[in-house]
Design a protein around this ligand. Structure first.
Ligand code: NAD
Ligand code: UDP
Length: 329
């Protein structure tokens, strides 16, 4: 086998980010094992890859031990949107913590390099703005978001302890809000929600006063950053922020979606969820300096592609998560 071609495991590989990552890795010729329990995703995200000889799909839950021989692991398995991770919070924290222990154990045994998809949520509702990697965060450990935030924080701790104690070759990326085609239409995330509402002519639901901010990264940019981090030098293990530095209020996003869809939807205001961060923007200088990475796709262009995806999507294939696991067909 060509030495530059690797056996790569992607946990959560059928999800929004995971499926785009699998696309890129398969395209590069690597042997890709996509592992997923389909809690928040559907097989259709990867069915186009099933005919490829270098792609394999495995139904498995990362909270249970894995026994595979691979060279690299991208650990993405975890529900990522508030409605999904709060659906079964105990399962969410198990997925982050037991999932990390299982992939790290496997990396230790096989000497694989392992990358953790961490999150800007480790900064909680930040008092420092924008957020550099050195900021330690402001997380409520007993609130409704804690199952996700603290699970991801604990996973980072595990990664660094396996690195220090066992010499496991790790990478940790902190991903900021990312959007694009293949987001679950009912995951409740702001971009998917607003687009689905606008295309359906429903009211656009802004939570709180809409002045809270987020910075939105298009999926292609993000995947490029993750792959660069995996392939970067071994002495740069992270954590590194990956996200777009253009910051928008949620109200600005709502207006932009209405404009770009040509929708007649009205904006309505609903109560803000508990512990909703009021501001978020990455300090992305480290990624630029170490990986020469910075996002290229502007919000307008990324929304254009995402709107086109949702226009063609058959919503009947998906079940809203509140009625059970958010699986589709
Ligand atoms: P997603 O929900 O589309 O993907 C997560 C995938 O993990 C799904 O396919 C789901 O079925 C799978 N999964 C969940 N629990 C599992 C388990 N116990 N065993 C096996 N598979 C399981 O979400 P996404 O946006 O693609 O997020 C992927 C990763 O990136 C997550 O770890 C998330 O925390 C992280 N992240 C994403 C964003 C973002 O804006 N998209 C931001 C920060 C961090
Ligand atoms: N939000 C909103 N309306 C929606 C969905 C989300 O106003 O229909 C807000 C939400 O309160 C938050 C922001 O948009 O302030 C981003 O929410 P999302 O769930 O996408 O991501 P996260 O809060 O994890 O950054």
């Amino acid at each position: 086998m060509n030495k530059t071609l690797k056996r790569i495991l992607v946990t959560g590989g059928a999800g929004f980010l995971g499926s785009h990552l699998c696309d890129r890795l398969v395209q590069q010729g690597h042997d890709v094992i996509c592992l997923d329990n389909f809690f928040t995703s559907q097989k259709t995200n990867v069915t186009h890859l099933l005919q490829e000889p270098n792609f394999e799909l495995l139904r498995h839950d990362v909270t249970h031990p894995l026994w595979l021989e691979v060279d690299e692991i991208y650990n993405l398995a975890c529900p990522a949107s508030p409605v999904h991770y709060q659906f079964n919070p105990i399962k969410t924290i198990k997925t982050s913590v037991l999932g990390a222990i299982n992939v790290l154990g496997m990396a230790k045994r096989t000497r694989a390099k392992v990358l953790q998809a961490s999150t800007s949520e480790v900064y909680g509702d930040p008092e420092q703005h924008p957020q550099p990697e050195s900021y330690r965060g402001s997380v409520n450990p007993i609130g409704p978001r804690a199952c996700y935030d603290e699970g991801k924080r604990c996973a980072e701790t595990l990664f660094f302890d396996y690195h220090r104690s066992n010499g496991v070759n790790i990478r940790v990326v902190r991903i900021f809000n990312t959007y694009g085609p293949r987001m679950h239409p009912y995951d409740g995330r702001v971009v998917s929600n607003f687009i689905v509402q606008a295309l359906g002519g429903e009211d656009i639901t802004v939570y709180g006063d809409g002045r809270q901010t987020r910075s939105f990264c298009y999926v292609d940019d993000l995947i490029e950053g993750i792959i660069r981090m995996m392939n970067g030098p071994d002495d740069f293990v992270g954590p590194v922020n990956l996200g777009n530095q253009d910051e928008f209020t949620i109200l600005e996003l709502a207006e932009q979606v209405i404009r770009q869809t040509g929708s007649r939807s009205k904006i309505v205001y609903q109560p803000a969820p508990a512990d909703d961060p009021t501001q978020r923007r990455p300090d992305a200088r480290l990624a630029k300096a170490k990986l020469d990475w910075e996002p290229r796709v502007k919000l307008r262009e990324g929304l254009e592609k995402t709107i086109a995806y949702f226009r063609d999507l058959d919503l009947a294939r998906f079940r809203p998560p509140t009625q059970g696991p958010a699986v589709g067909r």
